[in-house]
Structures are given as structure tokens and as C-alpha cells.
Design a protein around this ligand. Structure first.
Ligand code: GDP
Length: 145
């Protein structure tokens, strides 16, 4: 049971102005922010990030979308972070997401589903490292992780 997860606010949610509302929901749920930045992924970076999906029919469309505008990337810390965050964001397809979840509230459709959330402790570490060097990660009391 790990204590970090990795998230992104995806481009459509950024364009619609939902980023601060989503971040407030995350911190209200007890997650601490270990790292945070706004950036735009290149197509190549998006392809690398979603490499596990490269055989899926939506890979091209998904990576075009994810590199289409700025995102917010963050490392979140909480006990059992991966599972707790998956609960907070809800199902991949917002039509199946429970009321009150981030995807139910802020997603546009199954692809533009407002946020990313890691699906395992191992992927959380890999994804966190993909986006943030060690000197950009801080504990709740302001020390480097
Ligand atoms: P997640 O872990 O809930 O994000 O879901 P997955 O790992 O299965 O998929 C990764 C991302 O691919 C999702 O968050 C969506 O943005 C996108 N995605 C998943 N399924 C579909 C689909 O059927 N069509 C399209 N266009 N995008 C999808």
C-alpha cells in the first residue's frame, strides 16, 4: 500500500476552467500536494506516457488530445493514495462514474475525462518520476522527499 499517486488535469478540463475546482476537491479529500506544475506535453511525451495503450484503437486520438494544450501534473500524497484517488475520480467513462466524483462533475466524455489517476503503486512511482525530478518533490512540512 503506497502513499503517493500521480494525477493530471487533462486539456479540456483546463480549457473549461475546472483546474482550481478540481485541485480544491483533491485537497479537501485529504491529499497533500508533493509536486505540481502546469505544462504542455509534446506528442512524443504523450505517446511515451500512454505507451501501454499503443495497441488500442484510440491511442492516436488520445495522444493528440493529451498534447493539445496545457495540463496540470501533480504528485499527491495520502495513505493508500492510488485506491483512494481512484475512488475520488470515479470510473473512466463519466457516464458510469458515481455522483460527486471528479469525472462525474468535470468530464466531457470517455476520452476527455477531466483527470488522470495512476492505477498501481508501481505506475504511480514511474509516472511521478516521468514528470518530476527529486528536487521538485516536497513533503507536507516543506522538506525534499
Ligand atoms: P483510466 O485508468 O481510468 O484513465 O483508464 P484507462 O487506463 O483504461 O485509459 C486511459 C485513458 O484513455 C482514459 O483516461 C481516457 O482518457 C482514454 N480512454 C479510455 N478508454 C477510451 C475509449 O474507449 N475511447 C477513447 N477515445 N479514449 C479512451
Amino acid at each position: 500500500m503506497g502513499n503517493i499517486t500521480f494525477t493530471m488535469v487533462k486539456p479540456t478540463a483546463m480549457r473549461k476552467g475546472f483546474a482550481t475546482k478540481i485541485l480544491a476537491k483533491i485537497t479537501d479529500a485529504g491529499f497533500k500536494i508533493q509536486a505540481l506544475k502546469m505544462m504542455q506535453l509534446s506528442k512524443v511525451q504523450a505517446e511515451k506516457f500512454y505507451e501501454v495503450h499503443k495497441e488500442r484503437p484510440f491511442y492516436g486520438e488520445l495522444t493528440d488530445f493529451m498534447s493539445s494544450g496545457p495540463i496540470i501534473a501533480a504528485i499527491l500524497e495520502k495513505e493508500n493514495a492510488v485506491e483512494e484517488y481512484r475512488k475520488l475520480i470515479g470510473a473512466t467513462n463519466p457516464e458510469n462514474a458515481e455522483e460527486g466524483t471528479i469525472r462525474k462533475m468535470y468530464a466531457t466524455n470517455i476520452q476527455e475525462n477531466a483527470v488522470h489517476g495512476s492505477d498501481s503503486d508501481e505506475n504511480a512511482e514511474t509516472e511521478a518520476t516521468f514528470f518530476f525530478p527529486k528536487n521538485e518533490r516536497f513533503t507536507d512540512d516543506g522538506k525534499l522527499v
